[in-house]
Design a protein around this ligand. Structure first.
Ligand SMILES: *Cc1c(COP(=O)(O)O)cnc(C)c1O
Length: 223
């Protein structure tokens, strides 16, 4: 009856077949993967469809948009992921509604993120090409940032990266997996690897991703 719901259901089915193929190729189980629907720019009506189709993990990359959606959908049992760049003057607001923050890349974000008294789960965003303008701490800075996060009382869950432009995603995600190994050796609970977007989820699954952030493949093109 509702065309948009049908379209989203079909997209999700396509994503699930890609996941099945990629898991089989990597010798992994689908149950090792958490699917995050990145709903930035998409309306709440789409999120309601996705909830009715069984999704409950959502990613947003803008503070105000995420907060508005969170407010509207608050009674639902959802997990809210903040995946965008964090401006320091907005970090305290993100800390009020996000359950997981994927994009922590510098220590001065920690105090504002926890100012409300909430302790969102923390992922360290890693820059794999050294172009820090796109966000992320260099691999050599991960352990120091991890210590600061742990001291703040935020649960440290792992690492996140976006495959850099002009780098083979497989190579990028293998590097991220190395960074993850060294983090886990110091912080055994920090096992999450947030990697893989619509275009490169297969490479991410091959390199041990645990959390996939999918926008276009579920919701369609944003443009
Ligand atoms: C938009 C976005 C995604 C989703 O990207 P798609 O290519 O649409 O799947 C994932 N991660 C981050 C950080 C994003 O900003």
């Amino acid at each position: 009856m509702n065309d948009r719901r049908k379209e989203l259901a079909a997209n999700l089915a396509d994503v699930e077949s890609r996941l099945a193929v990629a898991c089989a190729a990597a010798g992994r189980q689908r149950s090792e993967l958490t699917l995050i629907a990145v709903t930035k720019t998409w309306p709440i009506s789409d999120m309601r469809h996705l909830i009715s189709l069984g999704l409950h993990e959502f990613g947003e990359s803008r503070e105000q948009e995420g907060r508005t959606k969170w407010g509207e959908l608050a009674p639902a049992d959802l997990t809210w992921h903040f995946v965008g760049r964090i401006q320091r003057n907005k970090a305290h607001r993100i800390g009020e509604w996000a359950d997981v923050v994927h994009s922590i890349d510098r220590p001065d974000l920690i105090a504002p993120l926890t100012r409300s008294g909430r302790r969102p789960a923390a992922l360290i965003q890693v820059s794999l090409d050294g172009d820090m303008a796109r966000g992320g701490v260099l691999p050599t800075g991960v352990l120091a940032l991890a210590s600061s996060i742990v001291e703040s009382g935020m649960p440290l869950q792992g690492v996140m990266a976006v495959a850099p432009l002009g780098m083979e995603p497989a190579r990028a995600f293998e590097q991220l997996q190395q960074v993850s190994h060294s983090l886990v050796s110091e912080h055994p609970g920090a096992t999450w690897i947030s990697a893989g977007m619509s275009a490169d989820l297969e490479a991410a699954i091959a390199a041990g991703a645990t959390h996939l952030r999918l926008g276009t493949s579920i919701l369609g093109s944003r443009y």
